[in-house]
Design a protein around this ligand. Structure first.
Ligand SMILES: [Zn+2]
Length: 466
């Protein structure tokens, strides 16, 4: 992820790219909907299956040619914008339709969801470029600029001027380490997503990585660590790590959102007082976006520090499988808004995601303990399981052996022991390369294709701040 600092002209052009992507997305979703509706109406009218309107294929390979055949009619202005923007929109729509189809069939994990919604001007601004012919050409000599694809042909005479301006977009952080990885061939850029997140533009590079054999640093490694995730402490480790946790293994929860709540409330008040459509309102809105962006970035940075240390320091990391989406459900009783906010602020899913790919990069592993394993209700000493343990009971007291231990430490030990057991049985659910959501994620397809590729050790993923 590279933070961008475009000039006003560049930002205007980026916005037009995102708009074009949105246009193509809505076009594709509308075609799919139209097709479904026509077929339904025809069925109702009593036309038999063989004579129905042909069903529309939702794959990007069918939708993109269809788009190309009609673009002169539906978007006569399309030559003003790069074709990659439209391609990005059509591909995203195809992914959304595929996800909807899988969810409907019940083969997709997670909550079921409905037909893709149309995007409007309040939707997230984002566009993906997949043309990556120029690997080294993405970065300027000074490592402070990122190149972006430009419209190849433009009818608007102003575009030519912009084209020069957009040649390089300035980035606010150095990209030298990233550039080095690309130029030496360790990473191959697959796609670049430019989006407006947290009040600023950023570019996310999706790269295919050549995984070098893990360096032998076995003597530094500890074999196994069990982690209990929580809100009071972000994590409780069974083996304390210097500089990361205290001697008892507690990793502090920084509560990034809580720290900014006062400031956020102030901005919300200001925002509601401003006249709608006024310049001041836009200014306050931008400030609020940036504050949210800052909270997200600090949280990510903190999680990265935690997961890098854990993935690098232990051969096996055992964590619990938490269903965050279910925990923060509004319908769930005994959950206050404060607790929901704290759970989301802690970022457990992101922690698990980072831990999974970082351990894989290093040839280590993550073991995920089943979510129904009673980690907090079980005595880590004698194995006695309590029927109930209130969330307010911070100390676990065993009725059988009399052990008294902090609740989180007890849970972490149980998770560690369960991990050891699973490891011994080899029935472990090793966390695979499957993200929680499959939106716009080409990983599975990528690795499948690569497996036939002579077994090169490649994998693909979105880059993290380096
Ligand atoms: Zn006991």
């Amino acid at each position: 992820m590279v933070p961008l600092d475009p000039t006003p002209a560049q930002a205007e052009l980026l916005r037009s790219y995102c708009g074009a992507s949105r246009f193509a997305y809505n076009w594709a979703v509308a075609r799919a909907k139209e097709n479904i509706d026509t077929r339904r109406d025809e069925r109702r009218a009593g036309i038999d299956e063989a004579n129905l309107t042909k069903s529309l294929s939702w794959s990007p390979w069918s939708l993109t040619p269809l788009w190309n055949s009609v673009k002169d009619d539906v978007a006569p202005w399309h030559r003003d914008v790069t074709k990659h923007a439209f391609r990005s929109g059509v591909t995203n729509a195809a992914v959304a339709l595929k996800n909807y189809h899988e969810s409907k069939k019940g083969v997709r994990k997670g909550e079921p969801f409905g037909f893709p919604k149309f995007k409007n001007r309040y939707s997230k601004l984002s566009v993906t470029f997949t043309e990556t012919g120029t690997q080294g050409g993405w970065f300027a000599e000074d490592s402070r600029h990122v190149r972006l694809i430009l419209p190849l042909r433009a009818t608007d005479p102003r575009i030519a001027r912009r084209r020069v301006q957009l040649q390089w977009i300035h980035s606010t952080e150095s990209v030298s380490r990233f550039k080095k990885k690309v130029t030496c061939g360790e990473w191959t850029i697959q796609a670049v997503t430019v989006s407006f997140v947290g009040g600023r533009w950023q570019a996310s590079f999706s790269v295919r990585q050549f995984v070098a054999p893990a360096p032998s640093m076995i003597h530094h490694l500890k074999p196994l660590v069990g982690i209990d995730l929580g809100v009071k402490h972000l994590a409780t480790l069974t083996s304390p790590v210097i500089g990361l946790s205290d001697v008892s293994g507690y990793v502090e929860n920084p509560r990034h959102l809580d720290a900014q709540l006062v400031r956020l409330a102030k901005l919300n008040r200001q925002h509601s007082r401003c006249v709608k459509g006024s310049k001041n309102r836009a200014k306050v809105l931008k400030r609020r976006q940036r504050l949210y962006g800052r909270i997200t970035r600090t949280r990510d940075l903190h999680l990265h520090r935690l997961t890098t240390t854990l993935a690098g320091g232990f051969e096996t990391v055992v964590i619990e499988d938490l269903r965050v989406a279910g925990m923060v459900k509004k319908s769930k009783k005994n959950t206050t808004n404060e607790l929901r906010r704290s759970i989301l602020d802690a970022g457990w899913s992101e922690l698990r995601r980072q831990l999974t790919y970082k351990t894989e990069d290093r040839g280590h592993r993550v073991i995920v303990v089943n979510r129904f394993y009673p980690s907090s209700k079980k005595c880590s000493q004698c194995g006695e399981t309590k029927a109930k343990l209130a969330l307010s009971d911070r100390v676990f007291e065993c009725g059988k052996c009399g052990m008294s231990l902090d609740r989180d430490v007890n849970a972490a030990r149980n998770i560690r022991d369960e991990g050891i057991r699973l490891l011994a049985n080899e029935e472990s659910t090793v966390a695979g390369h499957q993200p929680e959501t499959l939106n716009a994620d080409s990983r599975d397809r990528e690795t499948d294709a690569l497996r036939c590729d002579g077994g090169d050790r490649y994998q693909s993923r979105t880059t993290q701040p380096v």
